[in-house]
Design a protein around this ligand. Structure first.
Ligand code: PLZ
Length: 452
């Protein structure tokens, strides 16, 4: 892997870890006091430093500290922050026009993004797309479209699933705290079934795919009735649930069940998509062609854009005027997406994600051998994680996870935690990160584990 400075259009930002103050430094602390006075407490903070610049594999704060970025703004800046093609195309667009509303007078960048989506998503059937502002909005629209197409109402989701914070997507999301607590009542006709979580499957990982699929299908047929189900919505690699890679064979069985019963199979690739797992989309790994796919995050290099893409005959089920929104598919966000997709293609970022796995996974596995607080190492491509447990058991260790994250932050490594039990540390570096920074980040993790 080339260092960031070798990349065409790489940012001028020094690609280094550098600590010049304590973390957080005085300027960040000052800003934090301002934030606390005027920003609602509901908006939490993972690492209490304020950013000044970011690019490649680093984030620089207002005090001059430079952090290795293992978070990418939650899997968004896969092409790096302010990537050259994203900035160039979005800037040109800003000069031409900022907004017309696609429902008032359409514009070419919207169509071009939908053409790209038809090209890069799995399957060679005829596809159409609708563009939205956020991942949650994409999932909501996928459900609307599936209901319009099937004339059915029920939606099936999985244990540990995450699909957003709006009312319908809160209902689709599994975890209560912090996403749902006190925010009900939730949308009806949502049914949750087991997920094939290999590390925590009671009879062991070998039986996990088959048993979980059998239980899920049994619950759908006996408790909901397959004929009532409009959509099955699943993340091919689960994000907020803990970077769970469903046991091999589980997803194909669920997809086949959906097909056999006229149910729209929706792959939520908002976190796992756009090269993150080493392929354009994670569901390609088991050859799954979803009926609909929801995307966001990595699609536009940091500008807010999301999409539902799928079989033309399903997408067209919603009547004219039935889908939309003022800003969905904003031209600047579309231009950024075209720049982001161009970068992924030109720099073969899927291959870069595979290389991230090659570098990181063996080292994480070695750490798991040395530190018995690490119960599991998993993930694909540049979507990797460790699950922390009480040594010698599978009892989740959320406090140790929080402490480890904090120790990394204080040493200049930005990491995020995740998981139903809050005990998973996830690694989501920008796909353009230099290999030296990847290794240095792992050195920091190792040191922090030693201090734990
Ligand atoms: N579906 C699979 O990962 C967003 C959430 C962070 P929005 N995940 C990050 C947080 O705490 O809010 C996500 C996802 C999957 C849907 C979404 C929702 O996407 O763009 O945040 O609405």
């Amino acid at each position: 892997m080339t260092a960031m400075s070798d990349l065409p259009g790489g940012p001028a930002l020094p690609q280094e870890r550098r600590l010049v103050t304590a973390v957080p430094g005085p300027k960040s602390q000052e800003l934090m006091a301002r934030k606390q006075a005027v920003v609602a407490d509901g908006i939490g903070t993972v690492m209490p430093v304020f950013v000044r610049r970011a690019g490649g594999g680093v984030l620089e704060d207002v005090d001059g500290n430079s952090f290795i970025d293992f978070g990418s703004g939650i899997a968004v800046t896969s092409v790096g922050n302010s990537a050259e093609a994203v900035v160039r195309r979005a800037s040109e667009q800003l000069r031409d026009y900022t907004h017309t509303c696609v429902m008032v007078t359409p514009y070419e960048p919207y169509v071009a993004v939908c053409e790209e989506l038809a090209e890069v998503t799995p399957g060679d059937h005829e596809k159409k797309s609708v563009l939205l502002n956020s991942g949650a909005e994409a999932v909501e629209n996928a459900v609307k479209i599936a209901r319009a197409h099937t004339g059915r109402q029920a939606v099936v989701v999985f244990d540990h699933g995450y699909h957003g914070r709006t009312n319908l997507t809160m209902a689709l999301t599994a975890k209560n705290m912090p996403y749902k607590h006190g925010f009900g009542p939730f949308a009806p006709e949502v049914y949750r079934v087991p997920m094939a979580y290999p590390y925590r499957w009671l009879t062991g990982p070998e039986n996990c795919a088959e048993e979980a699929a059998a239980q899920a299908i049994d619950q759908i047929t006996k408790q909901v009735g397959a004929d009532n189900v409009a959509a099955i919505v699943v993340e091919p690699v689960l994000g907020e649930g803990g970077f769970i890679v469903p046991a091999r064979g589980f997803l194909p069985r669920i997809a086949q069940f959906a097909k056999d019963n006229g149910i729209v199979f929706v792959a939520d690739e908002i976190q796992s998509g756009f090269c993150r797992t080493g392929q354009w989309f994670a569901c390609e790994d088991e050859g799954i062609v979803p009926d609909l796919i929801t995307t966001a995050k990595g699609i536009a290099g940091g500008l807010p854009l999301a999409a539902v893409t799928g079989r033309a005959e399903i997408m067209d089920a919603a009547h004219s005027g039935g889908l939309g929104g003022t800003y969905g598919g904003n031209p600047v966000a579309c231009a950024a997406a075209l720049g982001s997709i161009e970068t992924m293609r030109e720099q073969d970022l899927a291959a870069r994600a595979r290389r991230v796995e090659e570098v990181m996974k063996p080292r994480l596995e070695k750490l798991a051998g040395e530190f018995d607080v690490i119960g599991d190492v998993r993930g694909r491509g540049a979507m990797l994680a460790i699950e922390l447990v009480q040594p010698g058991t599978k009892e989740p260790a959320p406090q140790a996870t929080t402490a480890l994250a904090k120790a990394c932050h204080q040493r200049g490594l930005l990491v995020l935690t995740t998981g139903t039990y809050g005990n998973v540390m996830r690694f989501l570096p920008p796909l353009v990160i230099g290999e030296d920074l990847l290794n240095e980040g792992l050195d920091v993790l190792e040191e922090a584990l030693g201090q734990l």
